[in-house]
Design a protein around this ligand. Sequence first.
Ligand code: SAM
Length: 273
Amino acid sequence: MADRLVAGGFEDVDRTGSAEAFAAYLERIGTDERVRKLNRTRAETAGIGAGHRVLDVGCGVGFDASILAELVAPGGHVVGVDQSAGMVERAAARLVASGLPVEFRTGDAHALPFGDGTFDAAWTERVLVHVADPALVVREMIRVVRPGGTVVIAEADYHAYVVDSLDPTVATQVMARHARGLRHPDIGRRVRRLCLDAGAAEVRMRPEVRLVYELEFADKVLLLRDYLAAAVAAGEVDAERAAAWWAGLEDLQRRGRFLAALEFFIAFARVAG
Ligand SMILES: C[S@@+](CC[C@H](N)C(=O)[O-])C[C@H]1O[C@@H](n2cnc3c(N)ncnc32)[C@H](O)[C@@H]1O
C-alpha cells in the first residue's frame, strides 16, 4: 500500500487498485481536528456561506466537501468531483445519511462537466500537485465560477517541507525523495501565477504552515518511514545511517522536541466581471 502512495498514486487512484488505501490515507488527515479547523477557516475567509453553490474539485472521499456543505446550508449546495470512481463511491456512501446538501460525481478536473458560471465558488486542496496540467485545471475552475465569485486553491510546496533531526543531510535526502515522487512538487509557489494567468481579476494569498509536533502523525500523513525506505532502496541513504536517523527522531519525540513543517500556499482568486 505504502509503495503505491509513495509513487504518487493520487494521479490515478483507480488504476492502483487500492482505492481503500488512499481513502484510509485521506481519512487520517481529514479527521484531524486541526486540519478541519484550518479548512473551515479558509472557507469562511473566502466568504463561503449559506445559500452558495460550491464546487469541490478532486474531492476525494469528501472531507472538505462536508465542511463546505455545513457552511452553505441552508439553501446552498456542494458538488464534489473526482476522477476516481472509487473515491466518489466512498464519498457518497460516507455522507448519504448526513442530510448535508452535497452530491458527488466522477469527472476530470481538466474538463469540468459544468457550464460557465455555474458556481459561486470553486475549491480545491492538494489536487493540482497531482494533475497533468495545473494551468488548465485552474482555467476550468475559473470558467465554472460566476463573475465576482471566488476560486480557493490550497497547495503545499514540497521544497518548503522540513523535519528537524539530528542528521540534516538524511532529512534533506528523504524530503527530496518525497518531492521527486510528485508530479508538481513546487505547485505551492505557482498558484498565484496560475490564477493570474488564467484571468483572475485579483488574487489574495495566505500562507498556512502546518506544524507537526508528533512523530507518529508526521509518519502517518507525510509517510516519513516509507520515503526513508525508498531513499535507502534507491541507494541514496545508507541503511545504517537511515536507522540512526529514525532512532534520532524517536529520541526527539520522547523528549518532546520533534518538529516537522510543511508550507501551504493559499490563493483566493476573484473571478473577473
Ligand atoms: C489528496 S486528494 C484531495 C483531498 C480532498 N481535498 C479532501 O477533502 O480530502 C487528491 C484527489 O484528487 C483526485 N484527482 C487527481 N487527479 C484528478 C483529476 N484530473 N480530476 C479530478 N480529480 C483528480 C484524486 O483522485 C484524489 O481523490
